[in-house]
Write a protein that binds this ligand. Structure first.
Ligand SMILES: [Mn+2]
Length: 306
């Protein structure tokens, strides 16, 4: 499996991009890098980053709209800011391509609302469609991936669920627009993670994963498999069923934990659960699923703990 970690796990502790890349080289399993644009490039020389990468590949870049964009990113009511938000995506696209990456992950952080009567919903929906079409047509060789989150920082997000994401992707109607599923975000929405994965993958629209875990009330960013181990196992089963070949990015927040050890713990957890699925066997699991029987399903989970 291909794995990537979160740069900010290191950077928010006072380390820099090069420290993080060095740590990734020392870990067992990291194959790819995922940068945020512009924050992980400001003040760095692109050639120096390429040199530091060595045999690590770049999966993609995630765009971050900060400071000026609190009223919206792709739906910002100020035309100049909205234009700039789209321009950031194009700049990220060009750098991503230069680094050998393919995916631009767009979590529409500020595209949402807090008050009744605050937003013209149809207008904002159409602004998102127009922006994604503009991007998809700007770089047909690249892939744009929508990462939904139900709320936070806005009380309501424009794209708040698996269903809303897949509807938006259908409306955008471009071959290079898909989605990234964040396990904690799905729990926050009370979306079933594996259900969303199965639908997105069956439509050929699963571009990326943000693996983590939590208790669903907040974006906990805990180690994958630490809380909802049965759902983590079900998620990996469907990744195998749909032959997911992309990168597994761990979007976790080791605020008190050692960042390097915590990233490695995510990889180890994913690998261990994946191995258990293989040992139980895809056919045996498919047989249990085909019965649509809760008791049989729970027996399977207990068998996995043996
Ligand atoms: Mn995420």
């Amino acid at each position: 499996m291909n794995y990537a970690g979160r740069f900010n796990s290191f950077i928010l502790k006072g380390q820099n991009v090069f420290d993080a890349i060095k740590a990734y080289h020392e870990m067992d399993g990291i194959t790819h890098l995922e940068f945020n644009y512009p924050e992980h490039f400001a003040g760095y020389d692109l050639e120096e980053i390429k040199k530091a990468m060595g045999d690590l590949k770049v999966n993609g870049l995630a765009v971050r709209w900060r400071n000026d964009f609190t009223n919206g990113d792709l739906t910002n009511p100020d035309p100049e800011l909205r234009e700039r938000a789209i321009r950031y995506c194009k700049e990220a696209t060009d750098i991503c391509r230069e680094l050998g990456g393919t995916y631009i992950t767009l979590w529409l952080e500020n595209d949402g609302f807090d008050y009744a009567f605050q937003v013209d919903y149809e207008e904002a929906w159409n602004q998102m469609i127009d922006a994604f079409r503009e991007l998809a047509d700007y770089a047909p060789d690249m892939k744009y991936s929508i990462e939904y989150k139900p709320f936070e920082p806005r009380n309501f997000s424009m794209v708040d669920s698996t269903g809303m994401t897949l509807l938006l992707i259908k409306e955008i109607d471009r071959p290079n627009v898909g989605c990234t599923l964040d396990f904690c975000h799905m729990l926050m929405k009370r979306d079933s993670p594996a259900y969303g994965l199965a639908l997105a993958a069956s439509m050929g629209k699963l571009y990326g994963l943000h693996m983590n875990d939590g208790y669903s009330q907040m974006d906990s960013g805990m180690i994958f498999g630490s809380v909802n181990i049965a759902h983590a196992a079900e998620f990996i089963y469907y990744l195998k069923k749909y032959n997911y070949q992309g990168v597994v990015f761990f979007d976790t927040f080791p605020i008190r934990e050692n960042a390097k050890l915590e990233t490695q713990a995510n990889i180890n957890s994913f690998e261990k659960i994946s191995k258990i699925i293989d040992e139980i066997g895809m056919d045996r699991i498919a047989e249990v699923v085909s019965k649509r029987d809760g008791v049989e399903a729970q027996r399977l989970v207990l068998d996995m703990l043996k």
